[in-house]
Design a protein around this ligand. Structure first.
Ligand code: ADP
Ligand code: CA
Length: 411
């Protein structure tokens, strides 16, 4: 009997097309599960499902019944918001998967910190403060600078550095407001109840893109983040690979991430980690049980031209992976940050930006007429610039030049 790939595609995904074309390349038939009702669902019976990504038990029931007619060979999420459900479904269908508790811990900043501290891994001092308790007493007791963050959001949403009690109180209030916002509650299914407060770790930041296979981590790409990330908000901009860190330090970073995945109990599939290199010590800020977000993965190619999504699907299906070796040339992406709040009226300079040597593409993901919300409340980017070149320096320069050529009319 033929078997299927179940792709969990949240309605706000950036990566549906990349995963669908990877499935096509791998040669597996796809069933799409979305978190919003599809009008076509009845018409293309067996091809489309609507699932509540937050209601694990109802979704398990639905998919288990469905799989009697359509045997499922793998369940793959395209975004972080579908990761937990994908794990729960894989467990129910007896497919290889991460322990649910490990995925839960990687998606919850408090649990991740507690786990690292427990296992003796480098970890900033931290404490957790309930949203409904006045923060004034704690503001006086902290060793500044600190970073405040919601425990279960991502993309730096609500992550704020505070250097003194006054900025701490302002940040606390701002995060509380964000966590009580109807949009946050709708996405999370409930209002998050606590704020994590941790010591600020100085140092250069890198990001590791990896794949776990039976508990063994392979590094697919190590990215430098050449823009300083010193706060008060931590908007991602440049990602450039290969890293320019000394080789020995790169090895240490990989070892630290590998230790982190073991501590969490993650065993299978993609991981995306952020690491601060504090002097000579890599401190893992976060390990997510998913691949790199936004449109960033499209700049990665492996072996004879395989996409990251192709590799993820091969792994999930238990098929041989052609290559984990990224292509020779340097590659990078600029996530174009939202410079101010307002309505996007016009994008200028696109043609010039696209002509910058080394730039291989620009994708605007915000639409004209769209309301833009910058960090720390926002969670979107204007778009993405991609570049490749003979060295990371070339790539960084191309991305900066293209970004400078762009201007955005926001009213
Ligand atoms: P998110 O899941 O929202 O991306 P992170 O915990 O990864 O949240 O934080 C986002 C960014 O904020 C990090 O990439 C880093 O630049 C910065 N950051 C977070 N925590 C710290 C910290 N303790 N010290 C210094 N920078 C931090
Ligand atoms: Ca992060």
């Amino acid at each position: 009997m033929r078997s299927y790939l179940l792709l969990l595609i949240p309605s706000d995904t950036y990566r549906a097309a990349d995963f669908l074309s990877a499935a096509n390349a791998v040669g597996i038939e796809v069933i799409v599960a979305c978190d919003q009702h599809q009008t076509l669902e009845q018409t293309v019976s067996g091809k489309l499902l609507t699932l509540d990504f937050l209601d694990l038990s109802a979704s398990i029931k639905r998919v288990t019944a469905f799989s009697k007619d359509y045997p499922i060979a793998a369940v793959v999420p395209t975004e972080e918001s579908a990761t937990l459900l994908a794990t729960a479904l894989s467990e129910a269908l007896h497919l290889p998967h991460n322990p649910l508790s490990a995925v839960e811990a990687s998606g919850n900043k408090r649990k991740l910190r507690e786990c690292f501290k427990d296992k003796g891994l480098p970890c900033p001092d931290f404490q957790v403060h309930p949203l409904n308790q006045p923060p004034e007493t704690i503001a006086q007791s902290l060793a500044y600078p600190v970073v405040l963050k919601p425990t279960s959001l991502s993309g730096s949403q609500g992550v704020i550095r505070a250097d003194n009690p006054a900025s701490f109180l302002a940040a606390f209030k701002r995060i509380k407001h964000l966590l009580n916002h109807p949009d946050t509650i709708r996405r999370k299914g409930k209002s998050p109840e606590e704020i994590l407060i941790e010591q600020y770790i100085p140092g250069q930041e890198v990001a590791l893109e990896g794949l776990l296979n039976n508990g063994v981590l392979s590094c697919l790409a190590l990215f430098d983040k050449p823009d300083p990330l010193e706060g008060p908000y931590f908007e991602e901009t440049l990602y450039v690979t290969p890293s320019r860190l000394p080789q020995a330090l790169q090895e240490k970073v990989i070892t630290a991430v590998s230790a982190g995945t073991k501590a969490l109990g993650l065993k299978e599939g993609p991981v995306h980690a952020e690491i601060r290199v504090n002097g000579n010590t890599p401190v893992v800020i976060e390990i997510a049980a998913r691949s790199i977000g936004g449109r960033c993965a499209s700049v990665l190619r492996f072996g004879t031209g395989y996409s990251l999504e192709h590799i993820i699907l091969n792994h999930a299906l238990g098929s041989p992976i052609p290559s984990l070796q990224r292509e020779k040339q340097a590659a990078g992406v600029m996530m174009i940050p939202i410079p101010k709040a307002g309505i996007l009226k016009e994008i200028q300079g696109l043609t010039t930006a696209k002509q910058v040597e080394g730039v291989i593409g620009i994708e605007m993901t915000s639409l004209l007429g769209q309301t833009l919300i910058p960090l720390p409340e926002g969670r979107h980017y204007l778009g993405f610039i991609f570049a490749k070149g003979p060295s990371p320096e070339h790539v960084e320069a191309a991305l900066r030049q293209a970004h400078q050529a762009l201007s955005f009319v926001i009213s």
